[in-house]
Design a protein around this ligand. Structure first.
Ligand code: BGC
Length: 766
């Protein structure tokens, strides 16, 4: 870990390292190892085990902290941290119990799922990844840390870096898509944003990378389902973002729910000790996911005592909610199933984190009520969120430059997502204030201004099936189901549609149709809305489809029928304003997909960095060929490839050059390309570089992203973009899991998305 070791200067009474309160003379607290060793030597076995216990705030969130069950456990030294408790006052009250009433006065960690912002909410992670802008992404995590820490939180369960190539899985919304290279850059940016490489500050928080590991590859896309993957695929395609977070100094890791090689991650010693600690050198602590330990009983790994010992032996330090450690570890020590040394080591890692956060110096470091009043959901943070959200939108189609819209005439805004502030923040936004989110209709009214006449109708419910809508709008994310019949809703919509110059159709998924436990087998827009869209198109008015989604959807029909399609994900608390900024051209869309959009759910898993196979279809795409790798009822190619996204302007690529056609293992070469803004607007373009390793000791993907640059070009401006390629870009894990490069020929593709065929070639020699 690169977290600075801090020598705290104290003026605070604590643990006998104290001076008088407010004493001007301060003494240095002992260095971490010594401090924690001293503390451990004073702790009973029960107190050590207590540090490994992470309950939820439970009744504390609803009742008086001091009389709750959790409070009693805190007093007895049986709690190491708490999570999902919101408000600085409550946290302060609970911390007070730990540092005033427990025997050793050890402060608590306060965790929360601060996933894409705190009260100021940014786009869902899949949306954020579509910005391809590492500075912006880091900034979102920094603002999230600033706000969360001002409200008492010192630990976030983020980033979620699980690679996924399966849009049926609802949690694709929480990750950064399908690519290990991009995913690694984002993992690093997020960790840096939260921790700022300095946990001694009061506005940085401990980050927790999750879900280790491979959680994004469940069979059939069904959440929590079995994962079965070759090691070579793990190392090349799924592990890199976790490793990048470790390399960036992340303080903690969360185990995933799934099994790996037949052993649940929570009890998997190979994963938690061999890979994480020995191969990657991780020095922080590992926490289970929610009830990860008792779930191993259901996995069929034994009773609670057995699975708790299994987890500790595997290399888990903290038990989230399961209470397996709390209730069985003492017995397991007595019976020789785990050792005292293991318990000491686990407790040490958690105490180390508390030390690094400065909690032994000041347990109330994050409990400054003044900060809570002035640093959360500020106008400045919201303005940044609005600008960042605009960059996450992906323009998928724009025939005849229907977009941007004019700020005049009559605009009919129609659809169940148009007036849906509760859904704007998207999934996993526990701290957001849904009531304060900006709906699309509110954003359009604000941005379109006085010269436009903005009309609204709901048009349809989320789906015909009310029971489905209930499952899809949990946690208060209601769409206010309308009791009128579908015909009545449609008639009202058609009435305003017919009066309008343009129709903005706000359709797609509700926020809770993606996220945890929201897997889908049908990844289309729900039928009620598809029918509404077709009825709107029949009016003959131009229709802009503003799509809300937490996953890649199958949009074949929409792509064929609507002239303009803007994918907005769930863009956060400022979503409505940001979308309107893009619709009316204040912002030019620049987002690019980080996950492939299939043509059919039957193509899943579908991803750009696939293998060639022995019977590739090659450039015969679109025509079925017997005994080639293709379908008799569908094309191979996706609807929208990885890296795809349009702009209001156009970009031309020319003059692709390579500085040398041979390099050895020590040399580097440059690849240059000229990019010209040939359209009528200033705009941003993500220039993407892919390589193909043509011959290997193991089969290699047809393309792999190895570089990208987001550039801003004024109308008419031309820029030469340069990428450097060296041995690091050419390495991969071979069948012995060695990270190596092999001599041979490589193709280099540069272009506007992963389907580019614009290429140069070179040879790597020894
Ligand atoms: C999720 C985690 C989350 C945890 C704590 C679990 O259900 O899988 O991502 O951090 O709950 O809220």
């Amino acid at each position: 870990m690169k977290i600075k070791l801090i020598i705290f200067l104290i003026g605070f009474s604590f643990f006998g390292y104290s001076q008088k309160k407010n004493s001007k003379k301060s003494v240095a607290i002992k260095p971490r190892t010594e401090f924690v060793s001293d503390l451990l030597s004073k702790m009973t076995l029960e107190e050590k085990i207590g540090q490994l216990n992470l309950p939820t705030s439970g009744d504390i969130t609803t009742g008086a902290a001091s009389s709750s069950n959790v409070a009693k456990n805190i007093e007895e030294g049986k709690v190491g941290g708490l999570f999902n408790i919101k408000s600085v006052q409550k946290i302060k009250e609970v911390q007070k119990i730990a540092v005033e009433k427990s025997r050793l006065k050890i402060p608590l960690l306060f965790g929360m799922d601060v996933i894409h912002g705190y009260e100021t909410t940014f786009p869902i992670p899949l949306g954020l990844s579509s910005t391809w802008d590492m500075k912006l992404i880091e900034r979102t995590a920094q603002i999230a840390a600033q706000e969360a820490s001002a409200d008492g939180i010192n630990w976030t369960f983020s980033p979620m870096v699980d690679i996924s190539r399966d849009p049926r899985w609802g949690r694709v919304s929480e990750g950064s898509g399908e690519d290990p290279f991009l995913g690694s850059q984002i993992a690093k940016a997020m960790v840096n944003g939260y921790q700022q490489n300095d946990l001694s500050k009061n506005n940085t928080i401990l980050s927790c990378v999750k879900h280790f590991a491979l959680y994004g590859a469940p069979e059939a896309g069904r959440d929590y389902n079995t994962v079965d993957m070759s090691r070579i695929k793990m190392y090349n395609d799924y592990f890199p973002p976790y490793k990048a977070a470790i390399d960036a100094g992340v303080g903690s890791v969360m185990a995933s729910f799934n099994e790996i090689d037949g052993i649940p991650a929570t009890g998997n010693k190979w994963l938690m000790t061999e890979v994480l600690r020995k191969q990657w050198g991780f020095k922080g602590f590992v926490v289970t996911d929610f009830t990860g330990i008792p779930e191993m009983i259901e996995h069929g790994m034994g009773d609670l005592q057995t699975v708790s010992a299994l987890a500790l032996n595997a290399g888990i330090e903290m038990d989230m909610v399961g209470e397996g450690f709390l209730t069985t570890l003492k017995k397991s020590v007595e019976e020789g199933k785990v050792t005292m040394e293991q318990i000491d080591n686990a407790a040490r890692l958690i105490l180390n984190a508390k030390y690094d956060l400065g909690l032994f110096h000041d347990p109330y470091k994050y409990c400054d009520e003044k900060r809570a009043k002035t640093e959360i959901f500020t106008a400045a943070n919201r303005a940044e969120a609005r600008a960042i959200a605009a960059q996450s939108l992906v323009l998928l189609k724009n025939n005849n430059q229907l977009l941007p819209l004019k700020k005049s005439g009559t605009i009919a805004v129609i659809g169940p997502l148009a007036d849906a502030k509760e859904n704007m923040a998207g999934t996993w936004s526990v701290a957001t204030n849904m009531e304060k989110s900006i709906s699309l209709i509110a954003g359009i009214k604000e941005v379109a201004g006085k010269n436009s006449n903005v009309l609204y109708a709901k048009g349809s419910n989320l789906d015909y099936d009310a029971a489905f809508e209930e499952k899809a709008t949990m946690f208060g994310k209601t769409l206010h189901r309308d009791n009128r019949t579908s015909e009545e809703l449609l008639a009202e919509a058609l009435k305003i549609a017919n009066q309008s110059d343009v129709i903005v159709a706000a359709l797609g998924e509700s926020a809770e149709m993606s996220g945890e436990s929201s897997s889908r087998t049908n990844i289309e827009i729900p039928q009620a809305q598809k029918d509404l869209l077709q009825a709107l198109l029949k009016t003959g008015k131009p229709v802009v489809l503003v799509l809300f989604t937490g996953r890649p959807l199958v949009l074949v029909e929409e792509n064929e029928t609507v002239p303009a399609l803007l994918n907005t994900w769930f863009a956060g608390s400022e979503a409505g304003s940001a979308i309107a900024d893009v619709l009316f051209g204040k912002e030019n869309p620049s987002g690019k997909l980080t996950a492939t959009f299939p043509r059919s759910v039957g193509q899943v898993p579908i991803y750009y960095n696939q293998k060639n196979t022995g019977r590739p279809l090659g450039n015969k795409e679109g025509k079925f060929e017997k005994f080639r790798s293709n379908y008799i009822d569908e094309r191979n190619e996706p609807l929208y490839p990885f890296g795809f996204g349009l702009s209001y302007t156009t970009f031309n690529y020319s003059n692709l050059k390579i500085s040398s056609d041979v390099i050895n293992f020590k040399e580097k070469l440059n690849v240059t390309v000229d990019v010209t803004n040939t359209g009528n607007y200033d705009g941003k373009e993500v220039v993407q570089l892919y390589i193909r390793d043509l011959v290997g000791s193991v089969t290699r993907p047809v393309k792999e992203l190895k570089g990208f640059q987001k550039i801003n070009l004024k109308k008419g401006e031309k820029r030469t973009v340069t990428f450097e390629i060296g041995i690091e870009e050419l390495k991969f894990y071979n069948s012995d899991l060695q990270f190596i490069a092999e001599p041979g020929s490589f193709d280099v593709f540069v272009g506007t998305n992963s389907s580019t065929v614009n290429k140069v070639s070179f040879k790597l020699i020894k």
